[in-house]
Write a protein that binds this ligand. Structure first.
Ligand SMILES: [Zn+2]
Ligand SMILES: [Zn+2]
Length: 406
């Protein structure tokens, strides 16, 4: 993709900086060079194959700075000590020029290139280490890669191989095997109660009870379709009249309440512990705007768990229809429909039973969805029929729903 004809602006900036720095460095040693060179008139036409005129420009304040190789030749030809200029030569020298180094770790000589040295120096600077020491003869005290790696390996080995360390596989049995089983169960329960459920809970469109991920229980969906078919309604375009809800938004805290219910039962966590756990509060808060809703009392924790139970259908399989293998464990923790018995006995689901019956769901299915047993369902339906002889029809409700659906 690089365009050959277009100069890279970054390159030119880098070059400008390099040139400016080279000028600065030459200025520092120029006086010394002029003094060591002697009077310019005494110079021959060529010094170390460099023209006298070129050398003069090096000497003048506004002139060019020398390149590494010519300068080295001139210094050699005039017998000038190169030591004061070595810093400058290294700077202007090409990146691939040889750098002689001495490795203190392995006590041996080695060599590298200027660009490698520059890179090493930059790395040291980033780690706020000082620059590598340079000897008078220009050799850099620079540990070589092999010795550095060996040193690092040796240090790690010492750290691992502490005296008293037992090697090899475990020879003693690991405590009580029963514990391992318990441990495994604990882990499973942790997953159950704390696993971030990737999807939200909803309240089923027909029955208003909780369901994970989708918006319909399958049985409710089928009931609604059959109901619509009979009345020549489009089941996709029409929705059942929404169930009147207690409270402003009962879906809001579903995830949090589910978590509380599971954790109280699974982890045997006290209400105080649950209250202290900010994670619950923050998870609920993440789904709503405004001030985070906190559970203010132990009473509130109990209420949260109860609120979820109020919305569970008659089986865990109705909540988590795609069984992730955890429904049986959930059933151990909160057995269904047994846990709903007091709720149903209180009559809290009577209106739901009537509603489902009005949508022509059969008695057995109503029992499955609500968690009530068949006799109870029948009794509720008969009682409501006696109270309101025309309650078998929901035609008037349907008209509303079509308007609502727009
Ligand atoms: Zn070495
Ligand atoms: Zn439903």
């Amino acid at each position: 993709m690089a365009k050959k004809d277009v100069p890279n602006p970054r390159n030119s900036i880098t070059m400008k900086v390099r040139v400016r720095e080279a000028r600065r460095r030459w200025r520092r040693v120029r006086e010394h060079f002029v003094a060591a060179l002697g009077p310019p008139e005494s110079l021959p036409l060529l010094v170390g194959n460099v023209q006298r005129g070129v050398i003069r420009t090096w000497c003048s304040p506004g002139g060019a700075y020398p390149r590494a190789a010519p300068l080295r030749r001139v210094l050699a030809a005039r017998g000038i000590d190169p030591q004061p200029f070595s810093e400058f030569v290294r700077w202007v020298g090409p990146g691939n020029s040889v750098v002689r180094a001495f490795c203190l770790l392995g006590q041996h000589k080695w060599s590298s290139t200027t660009s490698s040295l520059n890179r090493a120096e930059r790395r040291r600077k980033q780690k706020s280490e000082g620059p590598l020491r340079r000897r008078i003869d220009g050799v850099v005290e620079w540990p070589c890669q092999n010795c550095q790696r060996a040193e690092r390996g040796r240090r790690n080995l010492e750290r691992i191989n502490k005296p008293g360390r037992r090697r090899g596989p475990d020879k003693r049995p690991r405590g009580n095997p029963q514990k391992t089983e318990q441990h495994r169960l604990n882990i499973a329960d942790r997953h159950l109660s704390r696993a971030a459920l990737g999807h939200p809970f909803h309240l089923c469109t027909l029955c208003g009870l909780v369901i994970y991920e989708t918006r319909w229980h399958q049985v409710c969906r089928r009931t609604w379709r059959a109901y619509c078919r009979k009345r020549k309604l489009d089941p996709e375009a029409t929705l059942p009249v929404t169930v009147p809800r207690r409270g402003p938004d009962s879906t809001r805290g579903l995830m949090r309440n589910y978590e509380i219910l599971m954790r109280r039962a699974v982890g045997h966590e006290s209400r105080r512990e649950l209250l202290a756990d900010q994670r619950l509060a923050s998870r609920a808060a993440a789904r709503r705007r405004g001030r985070p809703r906190m559970l203010k009392s132990k009473m509130a924790v109990t209420q949260a768990a109860k609120a979820f139970i109020r919305l569970i259908p008659g089986a865990w399989a109705l909540v988590f229809s795609r069984d992730d293998g955890r429904n049986s464990r959930r059933d151990q923790i909160t057995p269904l429909p047994t846990s709903l018995r007091p709720l149903i006995a209180s009559g809290a689901r009577d209106s739901l039973i009537v509603r489902l019956h009005a949508h022509e769901m059969d008695v057995a299915k109503i029992g499955k969805v609500t968690g009530a047993d068949t006799e109870y369902v029948v009794a509720v339906i008969e009682k409501s029929a006696a109270d309101r002889p025309d309650s078998g029809s929901v035609r008037s409700e349907e008209r509303n729903s079509r308007i609502q659906n727009g």
